[in-house]
Design a protein around this ligand. Sequence first.
Ligand SMILES: C[S@@+](CC[C@H](N)C(=O)[O-])C[C@H]1O[C@@H](n2cnc3c(N)ncnc32)[C@H](O)[C@@H]1O
Length: 399
Amino acid sequence: MTKFKTPYYTVDDAFALYHGDCMDLLTQIPDNSINTIFADPPYFLSNGGISCQNGQVVCVDKGDWDKGGTPEYIREFNMQWLSLCRSKLKDNGTIWISGTYHNIFSVANCLTELGYKILNVITWQKSDPPPNLSCRYFNFSTEYIIWARKHAKKPHKFNYEMMKQLNGDKQMTDVWKIPAVGKWEKTCGKHPTQKPLRLLYRVILASTDEGDLVLDPFAGSSTTGIAANLLGRKFIGIEQEKAFLELSKKRREEIEEESVAKKMLKKMQELPEEVTVLVNHARKIAMEKMLETGLCYLRAGESKGSLLVEPGFERLGYVLLHTNGENAKLFKLKKKGFQIWTPEALQEKGFEAENAPYYAVLHFDNTKEVSFSRSIDLSQRKNTCAAKILPLSDFIELR
Ligand SMILES: C[S@@+](CC[C@H](N)C(=O)[O-])C[C@H]1O[C@@H](n2cnc3c(N)ncnc32)[C@H](O)[C@@H]1O
């Protein structure tokens, strides 16, 4: 990994933080060495407006680094760092830049002028935006992330299939619904413009492989570095303010503890909109019949052990069948929702259903078993026999 003259903090060759102005420090990174850059530069929006934070009216002041300048100044600033970044990227490398209307149009123009090719403009839709206090505009609930590659003609790295898998086997779109940064990400303190780990999880998974090198020239609290390391990627961050370097250090130290890292990786993979899996125990004979017919059934109505329809049911995309935790098999549902069948209807299909007045029936694609990498021990859980609704990320570990 690249060694600068003055590292502020390092962890082996996985995490390296540098203190200073990225306009100087970027020149020290060898050309063609970086796989992906995520940059969350100043948006230039700290101009005396008001906003709402934790239910209170506050003046928008993220720090001196975010104070607006003339359009010429903003353009000059963006041209300078984007030009430096371009030479650091590998030929198949890509850059992601976040922003709002205050800076993003300038960034897009600079990218095109410098020879990058814009691939997507991702709309990050915040699922929980604070209210607009002036009531003179629509509520601001989005930010943009431009994704661009180094060369107009050379192909770039994109883990297309992984993104599809993350999206419940449907092509992922350029609108990402992700909540704003949560309490669980602020245990070491917070940065005024901290990005959610869940956003970086997706960015890093989409554009890098394990062992790749990720750079963030405006590192802040190093959300990029934390996500990168949790996913087995290496990180170089540059930040000009000491207080944020200290916060980054604390965050990196926090994930040294294996149990914390595991928990955080799991949280980072969860999304409120995530596709879910119905985990259903069935006796051996019933399971064989389910595999043969593509029908999965559970008791409904008031019968003992009947299905409790919990939140997440509306997002069911898969069933996982098992017998007392053994022989688990995962399948995609053929259609959304479920039907209510009588025992007689199930008996006609060859099932021995006779304990409940009604059954919830789901149709799955029994021709294609879906492989899953995470070994979740179903027999260790309480109530092995009770059906559960769990997020897909519990079964498909994407790295
Ligand atoms: C928008 S914040 C990044 C927040 C970060 N994504 C996070 O999740 O914590 C931008 C950061 O860039 C830093 N910064 C601004 N101009 C800089 C420069 N020229 N060189 C290095 N850091 C700079 C600021 O101090 C600020 O912490």
